[in-house]
Design a protein around this ligand. Sequence first.
Ligand code: KG4
Ligand code: ZN
Length: 343
Amino acid sequence: MSQDQYVLAIETSCDETAVAIVKNECELVANVVASQIESHKRFGGVVPEIASRHHIEQITLTLEEAFTESNIELDRIDTIAVTEGPGLVGALLVGVNAAKALAFAKQKPLVGVHHIAGHIYANRLEKEFEFPLLSLVVSGGHTELILMKEHGTFEVIGETRDDAAGEAYDKVARTLKLPYPGGPHIDKLAAEGEANIDFPRAWLEDGSYDFSFSGLKSAVINKLHNAKQKNETLKPEDVAASFQESVVDVLSTKAYRAAKEYGVKQIIVAGGVAANQGLRSALHQKFAEEDIELLIPPLHLCTDNAAMIAAAGAVAFNQGHRAGYNLNANPALSLERYGQRKQ
Ligand code: KG4
Ligand code: ZN
């Protein structure tokens, strides 16, 4: 008789304390996210020390809520997955230690998960993967094109050389005096404006799948500064629309080219910026005529959550990966190396 498998996951890499339970790799039965955004807003970004303290306050409550929401007891859990990196070290440590304590107390297996692998696997809660697939990861800390030929292996074919896409959104938003995190605010503003300012697009060398957003960010800041000095008025919605068009153009064009070159069956979009309406519609347009399936997670699975860590952790567990009680937070964990490890 086959028995259902339950994976409990904890995610505390940045400013969300999250706990989730996933059944049989793909079925979400609990998904609790305690966001700290309000506490960081007045500083215009995440303050690491404040993040760690909030995680300590929230971790037990979010765990209890996940058990209540799913009606599943800790004894029934088969393995405990936790984000081991990358992220803020003090924040990661809270999740890693909570997971180790639970695993030790209940003698359950422990699995470490890479945060970006999690963002990618958020999509598997919606749709089965078909390989080879290409993933466009766009978050506050990452902008990467990742090729997957099978479960659990990751080949980074392009990455940002400076700012991440979300970081550029947040910095431009700050210049436009919009609240933190700025991505959703720019997205909304952009929908009301016209992309009538010609901002640069960093295509880089021919054939390169790398990204660069710092030049664009500086161009926006300079444009606003010069207009102010000349007493010209620029409509913020036009600045937002022009900036967004430049980001979306580069992201969607490079993703499209890579998907064709590597002959992938699916293209997956992951990370907080996957919530961006401009990016979503540009990708839908680009792939509409192609025999490549486009997967974009629902909004609540785009930003940080533990459901994605459970989905990636379940696969790692079933592939035989186990972490020991020496599992540590690894703020600079490499995705490729994570995918290559034997245990
Ligand atoms: O994946 P995520 O929740 O956290 C990280 O792992 O970084 O991504 C957060 C980032 C922030 O920079 C935020 O501004 C951006 O995602 N973001 C957006 C949108 N929603 C969130 N950027 C553009 N448009 C959006 N609608
Ligand atoms: Zn993230």
